[in-house]
Ligand binder design. Sequence first.
Ligand code: SAH
Length: 331
Amino acid sequence: MERLDHFMARANAAYYATHDPFHDFTTSPEISQVFGEILGLWAAVTWETIGRPDPVLLVEAGPGRGTLMADALRAIGRVAPGFGAALRLHLIEASPRLRAIQAERLPGAIWHEQVGTLPDLPLLLLANEFLDALPIRQFVRRGTSWSERFVEGARFVECPSTPTLPSAAGEDWGAGAGDIVEINQPALALAGALGHRLTRQPGAALFLDYGPEHSGPGDSLQAIRDGQPAEPLADPGSADITAHVDFAAFAAAARAAGATTHGPIPQGVFLTRLGLFQRTDRLARSRSPAHASALIDAAHRLAEPNRMGRLFKALAICSPSCPVPPGFETT
Ligand code: SAH
């Protein structure tokens, strides 16, 4: 019998060590180069607003193939050379296989297992589809208490849980009999560590990922094997296992550590405000008609509410002195 988060960590480590995840699913930076360009310029503008610290860390958590950062650095080099000269590139990546791919595209980067070992400098951090890969625990409401879900032989088994778990949030949602609540302890720890850092050093972190706007009960564990939805508990290491991000809990953990937060707002709103369609049109005009229409369709895929524009959200965690970052203005 294994705790669900332990199972998920083991299964995903095996999966990322042996598979090219991008055969199985397509992420935003792999859909359009404009995604990484926009995030790079978001970091550049935010750097200006915190007083152009030099040196400054540009960090990506879970860079995958390195596509987002390669696109970001190209845009920064062209539009914000001052930021390009000040930045030091650091990457947080667990998979040795993906580190090797990232090294080819991002020469000069320095790798870390986690944020704790980053140098103590001002920082701008980007992360796309990182939090959804972190391991969750699930609790089921049984009577007036909770049971935790464990994995045994590709099936769930329940064990009564200590009364302090899960967090009080589960109670606030008014969970009824049989409801499942999820907690992502590594994500909450990351929010706390970043929040704490950003009270000591100026900076901001931008997370794009999928999940609901408000916390609530529900089983969001899912798996993709060979490009198809699959049973998450079967054959660990053969599928990518993820869960929806609880943005409200994540943001609250960052604020509890002293940071300010903005969002979550829908990805489509965020990218459109930052010029997704203008940049796409400019690029499209310089391409063949076939390539141009693929670029335009890619932009719609990222932004349309019934595609990736609404389920995906953007959230920023900032140092208390940082002005509202680009894209999060409320007026
Ligand atoms: N951001 C990329 C890749 C998303 S896949 C994109 O948008 O295409 C998730 C990424 O996070 C992979 O690079 C994976 O190896 C990394 N990752 C997952 N869990 C991690 C952990 N606990 N620590 C560090 N990296 C992790």
